[in-house]
Design a protein around this ligand. Structure first.
Ligand code: SAM
Ligand code: SF4
Ligand code: SF4
Length: 333
């Protein structure tokens, strides 16, 4: 077990397996920047064996939950092989993936068989034209809905649906999304638009605070708050009083939760970051590729966490802080 300078234990590891993506969501990888972007070369990104080794050493220090993300994790070839390698780590209690859903229907069964416990699927709208505008890519909503059904059928459930809300773009999709998913057992979580990185033209005016959404939703359905089930749970949860299931809110701009942040992040090229808004990481790849021992690598992870002071969202207020920050698609959402 290791705790940081604010007594926060290390519990979760988010692993970005690629910095590439099939979508161009404006809040994450705006097309005008990312179509011409220089992505990491194959030799620069960690192999599955290297990822497993780091994960195994992180479990020695308290990590119990792992989430595979990116970029789009299913763009990485045979991602189920990585899942199989990680699911054999007996200390891990939860192995999940966040995906845009494009390749999920094809991969769901293999992922489940390999030991994946759950998936979170991103979906910002139920209306095709709003969805296409949000992801700036020609993919119909039906593809993602089908992927959610297949994932659920093979047992990767309950599925969480992540919806980033931007003012005047997809706010009107909040009620239709809930109408669709209420009663299915899947939970929609509305995420405030965050100032991750420096390329997504973030602006406080486009953030729809969760209290505002809560009010709109409560006018339609009666909601009751649910207590968090564990320290570090990022979503504030509510249940529909009529038994229709749950809805979550991730309010990192209006109600920061840094005090309970137990997440460490590993970039596709093997750098460890202790905050989504970090500018510098600890390079583990150089250690992995220079024959460092398990003890040396575990010690580097230990020191990275024990030195941690981060609380960006608490300090931000309404203005992004000035230092250069890594991009969401690189560090992993
Ligand atoms: N490509 C996968 C996907 O979209 O599910 C995984 C990676 S994506 C970076 C992970 C999550 O971060 C997604 O649910 C996405 O909506 C969210 N996200 C990306 N940029 C964001 C931003 N600026 N503010 C809030 N959430 C964001
Ligand atoms: Fe791709 Fe996910 Fe970012 Fe959208 S949010 S651009 S799907 S990495
Ligand atoms: Fe954790 Fe950084 Fe987000 Fe705060 S701003 S909750 S420290 S990732």
């Amino acid at each position: 077990m290791v705790t940081d300078t604010r007594s926060r234990p290390l519990r979760d590891l988010r692993i970005s397996v690629t910095d590439r993506c099939s979508f161009r969501c404006g809040y994450c990888m705006p097309r005008e920047i990312y179509d011409g972007h220089t992505y990491l070369e194959r030799a620069e990104i960690l192999s599955y064996g290297e990822i497993r080794r780091i994960t195994r050493l992180a479990t020695d220090l308290g990590v119990r939950k792992v989430r595979l993300t990116g970029g789009e994790p299913l763009l990485r070839s045979k991602a189920y092989r990585l899942v199989r390698m990680l699911s054999s780590l007996t200390e891990l209690e939860d192995l999940a993936m966040t995906t845009n859903g494009l390749l999920l229907a094809r991969e769901a069964e293999r992922l489940k068989e390999a030991g994946l416990d759950r998936v979170t699927v991103s979906l910002d709208a139920l209306d095709d034209s709003v969805f296409r505008e949000m992801i700036d890519t020609d993919v119909p909503v039906a593809t993602v809905l089908e992927a959610i059904d297949v994932a659920s059928d093979v047992g990767l459930d309950p599925v969480k649906i992540n919806t980033v809300v931007r003012r005047n773009r997809n706010e009107d999709q909040v009620l239709p999304l809930l109408e669709h998913f209420r009663g299915t057992g899947h939970t929609v979580r509305f995420i405030e638009f965050m100032d991750v990185g420096t390329t997504n033209s973030w602006n406080l005016d486009e953030v729809v605070p969760s209290v505002e959404l809560l009010k709109i939703i409560s006018e339609r359905w009666k909601l009751e708050p649910i207590d968090p089930t564990y320290r570090g749970e990022v979503a504030q949860r509510y249940r529909f009083s009529d038994g229709g299931g749950e809805v979550g809110f991730i309010s990192s701009v209006s109600e920061p939760f840094c005090g309970d942040c137990t997440r460490l992040r590993l970039s596709a090229e093997g750098k460890l970051y202790t905050c989504l808004f970090a500018s510098k990481g600890t390079d583990l790849k150089v250690m992995l590729r220079s024959d460092a021992s398990d003890d040396e690598i575990r010690d580097a992870i230990y020191r990275t966490w024990s030195d941690r002071t981060d609380r960006y969202s608490e300090l931000r207020g309404g203005t992004p802080l000035g230092f250069p920050k890594v991009e969401m698609s690189y560090i992993g959402g």
